[in-house]
Design a protein. Structure first.
Lengths: 112, 114
């Protein structure tokens, strides 16, 4: 069956360190993968997109990698700050339909 | 800069009652969708629409109806609410032409069915 898996356990790190979040998928062949940020009581907000022919994408302190052989995307936040504390969701297109399917999200807590 | 607007923000229903969750966007996006978010389950797609007059089912469509008479509006109807429909509902839209264009989300409707 098709699955998108993110670590359901919260990730706690110290301010200034690099946070790394994982998104694994099975039985999908996505043309792209997206990452979103969600704050409590709010809707998700788009952060980054990476296509299947791209190994890495960067935006300011954010970096995303996409390994279609391992069926995995890694999301890195460098020099993390308490303001980066949120839930991060990965999403990919299911079965060439244009419909975005989401993982369950990983909560990041950055401590000062 | 309204983006995607959802109303109401909170709603409590009794089992068997009906209601409509409203969603409106002012970005002229052809694609609109409804998700529900439950603890540990992530966002699950209920229904979606690629344009006015066209709707289709997502992963969890049972118990919900949608229609799309205009580009701007995509209401979600619960005909007979059940406790299993207690959830947070998000409406999202994007441009249709670019398949990888990001979704723009509203801030959700928190629904409790007792």
């Amino acid at each position: 069956s098709q699955k998108i898996e993110q670590n359901s356990e919260a990730l706690n790190i110290q301010e200034g360190k690099t946070a790394t979040l994982t998104c694994n998928y099975t039985n999908y062949s996505p043309a792209y993968l997206q990452w979103y940020r969600q704050d409590p009581g709010r809707g998700p907000v788009f952060l980054l997109l990476i296509r299947e022919n791209e190994k890495e994408k960067r935006k300011e302190r954010l970096k995303v990698t996409f390994d279609t052989t391992l069926k995995q995307s890694l999301f890195h936040i460098t020099a993390s700050q308490p303001a980066d504390s949120a839930t991060y969701l990965c999403a990919l297109e299911g079965s060439n339909t244009g419909k975005l399917i989401f993982g369950q999200g990983t909560t990041l807590q950055v401590k000062p | 800069n309204a983006g995607v607007t959802q109303t109401p923000k909170f709603q409590v229903l009794k089992t068997g009652q009906s209601m409509t969750l409203q969603c409106a966007q002012d970005m002229n996006h052809e694609y609109m969708s409804w998700y529900r978010q439950d603890p540990g389950m992530g966002l699950r797609l209920i229904h979606y629409s690629v344009g006015a007059g066209i709707t289709d089912q997502g992963e969890v469509p049972n118990g919900y109806n949608v229609s799309r008479s205009t580009t701007e509006d995509f209401p979600l109807r619960l005909l007979s609410a059940a406790p299993s429909q207690t959830s947070v509902y998000f409406c999202a839209s994007r441009k249709r032409g670019d398949r990888d264009s990001p979704l723009h989300f509203g801030n959700g409707t928190r629904l409790t069915v007792t």
